[in-house]
Design a binder for this molecule. Structure first.
Ligand code: CTP
Ligand code: MG
Length: 262
């Protein structure tokens, strides 16, 4: 059975989209996610991917306080009906995600209470649902439904599943003087992407702890790994790039045009 054939069951899957960066490396006058690719803002493309993914039940965005009105307008303009909230981001991506996880946890508690009131006694165990969250960069607009589905089902199976692609380049370790120290064997090396999907209960507890550690975590999976959770890798797509520098905008235009010709 492939991931896409796996039934959703009673499980719920939410997306958290951290979008509260500054886009410093892009050097544009606006937060890079508002830049357009073929007339559609990068972030609107990202949100539409989750809106159109059947497995996703709701979307939470972490945004900069002053950009919240822009984000609301964007969701209306592009028909993002699955939006359940926009939270204020933090100084770091980790803090932005942590804020969104807190919000989502509160939202789920309210949902559960409402469902408890409406349900027949005795159906509780059968109806019990597991809640999963897919954390995905606002600046990664080309994620496909197949990758979203694979991460979601991987998390339902293992508790934690992220996507990435096998590294194609030869990787070398170079010292400060430019001298090559060693060539890293490419076998087993993967470049990590998002979505990164987890059980909501597990990852929110871990992010809460991580926030108090004053330690640099490069991605959400590293937080989970740090606390000893087994995290699985599923194959993403090479086109699932993050828009970071002006070069990536050119690459992004190419991907958009390729999509049109298919
Ligand atoms: N992000 C966030 N909160 C932060 C920092 C980043 O929500 N405090 C989001 C960004 O908006 C982006 C994603 O995390 O969608 C990935 O981060 P990155 O590509 O580094 O974006 P920026 O931080 O905006 O870019 P830069 O590092 O060049 O300033
Ligand atoms: Mg950044």
């Amino acid at each position: 059975m492939t991931h896409t054939d796996t039934p959703k069951g009673n499980n719920k899957f939410y997306a958290i989209i951290p979008a509260a960066g500054k886009g410093a490396r892009m050097g544009a006058p606006v937060n890079k996610q508002f830049l357009e690719l073929d007339g559609v803002p990068i972030l609107a493309r990202t949100l539409a991917a989750f809106e159109n993914a059947a497995i996703i039940d709701g979307i939470v965005i972490a945004g900069n306080k002053e950009e919240v009105p822009l984000l609301k307008d964007m969701c209306i303009q592009y028909g993002i009906s699955k939006l359940i909230g926009i939270v204020e981001g933090g100084q770091t991506r980790l803090q932005s995600v942590t804020n969104a996880l807190e919000f989502l946890t509160g939202f789920r508690v309210k949902q559960d209470l409402a469902e408890d009131v409406n349900e027949d006694p005795g159906t509780r165990i059968e109806d019990e649902c597991e809640v999963y969250v897919l954390i995905h960069d606002g600046a990664r607009p080309f994620v496909t439904e197949a990758v979203i589905e694979a991460c979601a089902q991987g998390a339902a199976l293992h508790g934690a599943c992220i996507c990435g692609v096998p590294v194609k380049d030869t990787i070398k370790v170079v010292d400060r003087n430019g001298l090559i120290e060693t060539t890293v064997p490419r076998d087993g090396l993967w470049a990590v992407q998002t979505p990164q999907a987890f059980s909501l209960l597990l990852i929110s507890a871990m992010h809460r702890k991580a926030a108090s550690l004053n330690r640099d975590f490069t991605d959400d999976a590293q937080v989970a790994e740090y606390f000893g959770l087994d995290v699985y890798m599923t194959r993403g797509e090479y086109s699932n790039i993050k828009i970071t520098t002006p070069d990536d905008l050119l690459h992004g235009e190419l991907i958009v045009n390729q999509g049109k010709n298919q």
